[in-house]
Design a binder for this molecule. Structure first.
Ligand SMILES: Nc1nc2c([nH]c(=O)n2[C@H]2C[C@H](O)[C@@H](COP(=O)(O)OP(=O)(O)OP(=O)(O)O)O2)c(=O)[nH]1
Length: 134
């Protein structure tokens, strides 16, 4: 990445049973229908973890606790970089306020949705992380 890249942060919300929350994008048309981890762009002057908490509040109506980072910089389109953290639910039940749908995926279901290109390798790394914990 370079200093001009926009950081997009994403939350892998993990629930008991090693379930992770996948969210289906509503827009733009090129990405609509694809599945991602909830998140969004970091605002100027905002910390990355604060952006993560804010995006989960706005998009899902939940409070999350931020845990360990998953990898480093994940490639996105030109000018963007994706950074990902494991999170847990502190309060609330996720609702699709900005997404088409939400789905909890358990082990064996992690690849049952059409992940966006950037998210597929993230899901693979998360699978390794979660399954090595058992
Ligand atoms: N949030 C999120 N965005 C992702 C993921 N994977 C991926 O390629 N992207 C792309 C889609 C978008 O082009 C960009 C994030 O934009 P966004 O629309 O979620 O950001 P935002 O909530 O801040 O929205 P805005 O500024 O456009 O209103 O990163 C992911 O897992 N989570």
């Amino acid at each position: 990445m370079n200093d001009f890249d926009t950081v997009v942060v994403a939350a892998v919300i993990v629930a008991p049973g090693a379930r992770v929350l996948a969210a289906q994008r509503a827009e733009p048309p090129a990405l609509a229908g694809g599945w991602e981890f909830p998140g969004g762009k970091v605002d100027p002057g905002e910390s990355e973890t604060a952006a993560l908490v804010r995006e989960c509040r706005e998009e899902l109506g939940v409070e999350v606790t931020v845990g360990e980072q998953v990898g480093g910089d994940w490639s996105l389109s030109e000018g963007y970089v994706l950074r990902v953290w494991l999170c847990s639910l502190a309060s609330g039940v996720p609702e699709a306020r900005e997404h088409l749908a939400l789905r909890w995926l358990g082990p064996g279901e992690y690849f049952s949705v059409e992940w966006l290109g950037a998210d597929l390798p993230v899901m693979k790394t998360v699978e390794n992380l979660l399954l090595s914990r058992d």
